[in-house]
Design a protein around this ligand. Structure first.
Ligand code: MG
Length: 311
């Protein structure tokens, strides 16, 4: 039986937050539907942040309310604080992802709080979510876990300490995020091992950027360490407005190609995923789009993983 890898498409959030032009709400919804039609089961659709901070995310409530009507889709929204999580809950999101920087400099730039203050905010947020009628998952994203463009080196010990604080705060899961894309495969392995030793299954997965061209190598290092959850972006869009030097996320198309070729089941139809690029391009014509597989075409040797039909 093929092992499953869960992929979360973060394009409509991470991919659009530094885009030079605005994507209309209608174009976002068409794109999200095309992504879901390719078999992606988890999509991060936006951020519940004040529109003056990230104007591209001003329609996140409307986008979330529409996305939750797509059958079988787990709709994720980013929320930097309790107020954002309350917005996500009201819009029907199934999961909030809450950024918590490991490095002090990124924490102050992105959240205007220290890491310790943000862990306290996460605890408050989890407590509020657990008191609501409808369940909503809370996943923390440990930003700058593999290096910071403001503070430089981030120690494994600092990642572990923050992860322990987040596990204590009661999050359902934790993503280790290479926000600026400075990590390398040996470091990925070391940090994943140390974090798992500290928090066990609370460690869910990796959020990687391809700044230095090591994105897929880093994903492979994660796979080899047993990671089975990854964020990625169609066309490798993305970056962080408060992390100078960060570039795009790892490319979803290329990640699906790598994993399926290796025999991991992703549930994503690569041909349909490539077709969704046209929908993205129509909605955001000026944005550069990446993907080696899109450029090359799907090799004729490619055989996606199929699961035996249920008995
Ligand atoms: Mg990111």
């Amino acid at each position: 039986m093929a092992e499953h890898v869960t992929l979360c498409e973060v394009g409509p959030r991470d991919g659009l937050q530094i885009a030079k032009t605005r994507m209309t709400t209608e174009a976002k919804l068409r794109w999200i539907r095309a992504l879901a039609a390719s078999g992606l089961k988890e999509i991060e659709v936006g951020s519940f942040v004040p529109p003056r901070v990230i104007p591209q995310m001003a329609d996140t409530q409307a986008v979330t309310e529409d996305a939750v009507t797509i059958p079988g889709l787990t709709v994720v929204a980013l929320a930097p604080n309790l107020r954002g999580a309350q917005g996500a809950y009201a819009a029907g999101a199934h999961r909030v992802s809450v950024p918590v920087s490991v490095s002090e400099g990124h924490s102050r730039a992105n959240l205007n709080r220290t890491p310790a203050e943000q862990v306290a905010e996460v605890a408050r947020l989890v407590e509020w979510v657990r008191a609501q009628e409808r369940p909503m998952q809370v996943v923390a994203g440990a930003s700058t876990a593999f290096g910071c463009s403001i503070d430089g080196t981030v120690s494994t010990a600092a990642v572990v300490a923050l992860s322990e604080g987040l596990a204590e705060a009661g999050v359902d899961g934790l993503m280790l995020c290479d926000t600026v894309g400075y990590g390398h495969p040996a470091q990925i392995k070391e940090v994943v091992r140390a974090t798992r030793a500290a928090v066990g299954d609370v460690l869910w997965g990796l959020h990687l950027h391809d700044t230095c061209g090591l994105g897929l190598a880093n994903a492979l290092a994660g796979v080899e360490e047993g990671i089975r959850v990854f964020d990625a972006c169609q066309a490798g869009l993305g970056g962080c407005p408060y992390a100078p030097g960060a570039s795009g996320n790892i490319v979803m198309e290329d990640l699906v190609f790598m994993l399926e070729s290796m025999g991991f089941h992703t549930g994503v139809d690569l041909a349909k995923l490539l077709e969704a690029r046209a929908v993205l391009h129509a909605g955001l014509p000026e944005e550069p789009m990446h993907s080696q597989v899109a450029k090359a075409g799907i090799p004729r040797t490619f055989h996606p993983v199929t699961l035996p039909a249920a008995a």
